[in-house]
Design a protein around this ligand. Structure first.
Ligand SMILES: [Zn+2]
Ligand SMILES: [Zn+2]
Length: 180
C-alpha cells in the first residue's frame, strides 16, 4: 500500500482514510499464514487514517485478524480475533535525520510524499501477539500423570499419590488386603 500524503503535507486536506489487507505470507495466494503458535486463515485487515494537526501528520490504524491456536495448558483448540491499534507520527527523511535511534520507533517515513507502512504494520501486529493463549483464564490443564483434561473431568491420580515415607505401609496393606 502506497499512501499519497502530498495534499496533507501541503495543508490542502486534513484527513486521509485508508484501508487494505496484508498477506501474512507472500507464497499463499489468499494471504493466510502462521506466526508462532497462531494460524491466520485470512489476511490482516487494516483500517486507518492519517490526520494533519498543527504542522505534523499522525497515522493511526486498527489491525484486525481472526486466528486459530491451541490452549497452552490443555491443548484444546482456541479461536478468536486479534485487534491492535498502531499509531505513529509521519515524518520526512530530513526530520528523521535529527532523531536518535531510540526515537525512530515512534515514526513512519514519508518518502517523496508517500508513506508505505505495510512492513511496519505487519511487524507491529506480529510483535503484539501474546506469547501464549488459554481456552479460559481458569483452565485447569491436563493431569501430569494420565493426561486427563481436568476441565472435562477428574482422574484418580491425586488420590493414588502416596507420601513416600508411607510407601512401605501402603505396599504392605496392598499385599495383605485379601488376608482378612
Ligand atoms: Zn485450556
Ligand atoms: Zn490423572
Amino acid at each position: 500500500m502506497k499512501i499519497d500524503v502530498r495534499a496533507l503535507l501541503a495543508g490542502e486536506c486534513r484527513a486521509l482514510p485508508f484501508s487494505c489487507t496484508l498477506a501474512f505470507t507472500e507464497e499463499d495466494e489468499k494471504g493466510c499464514g502462521t506466526v508462532g503458535d497462531y494460524r491466520f486463515p485470512e489476511p490482516l485487515r487494516v483500517e486507518g487514517e492519517i490526520v494533519g494537526t498543527a504542522g505534523y501528520l499522525r497515522l493511526k490504524a486498527e489491525l484486525t485478524a481472526p486466528y486459530e491456536s491451541f490452549c497452552a495448558r490443555c491443548l484444546s483448540e482456541v479461536s478468536g480475533e486479534f485487534s491492535f491499534t498502531f499509531e505513529r507520527t509521519v515524518s520526512t527523511r530530513t526530520q528523521l535525520a535529527e532523531l536518535d535511534e531510540a526515537e525512530l520507533d515512534d515514526y513512519v517515513l514519508a518518502e517523496n510524499g508517500f508513506v508505505e507502512p505495510d512492513e511496519l504494520l505487519l511487524e507491529f501486529f506480529e510483535l503484539s501477539l501474546p506469547l501464549r493463549t488459554l481456552c479460559s483464564e481458569d483452565c485447569k490443564g491436563l493431569c501430569q500423570h494420565c493426561g486427563q483434561n481436568l476441565n472435562l473431568g477428574t482422574c484418580d491420580c491425586a488420590k493414588k499419590e502416596v507420601d513416600p515415607r508411607l510407601a512401605p505401609l501402603a505396599k504392605w496393606l496392598e499385599t495383605h488386603k485379601d488376608e482378612e
